[in-house]
Design a protein around this ligand. Sequence first.
Ligand code: 5GP
Ligand code: ZN
Length: 135
Amino acid sequence: MSPPGRPKGEYRSAQHEGNPMSHDPNCIFCKISAGQIASRKVYEDDELIAFHDIAPWAPVHFLIIPKEHVATMYDTGEEHAPMMGRMMALAPRLARDLGVVSGFRIVVNTGPDGRQEVQHVHMHVMGGPRPWLKG
Ligand code: 5GP
Ligand code: ZN
């Protein structure tokens, strides 16, 4: 079996290759990450930002994004695995900090059929008491 690499599928986004910390001036999440658009920030470090979703589905609904502009999960490779792992590890910590102690859901919409609307990788973290609006 070959090692995990970039997909050979049909769908590719306009991700720039080779730039370790790329920024897309037209990307809404790059603007949030740069502080050019306000957000209700939950967490920030050198690599990641988390902020409340503007249209929450659940009592607690926040997004974790890399500061680097990576358009979709299709654009991630082995080099992004540590960053994706840190996003995953951060989710339960932030959820607990926000009072989500009875479970949560993680969603990473990817590509057109995945109904990804913002073309910058993001992890939805949703939790809090049921019922939720969606999900
Ligand atoms: P997608 O459908 O791409 O997975 O989800 C994008 C999410 O980003 C949606 O849940 C939407 O509500 C959220 N969103 C879009 N624009 C903004 C914004 O300007 N600020 C915040 N906080 N969330 C946004
Ligand atoms: Zn971006």
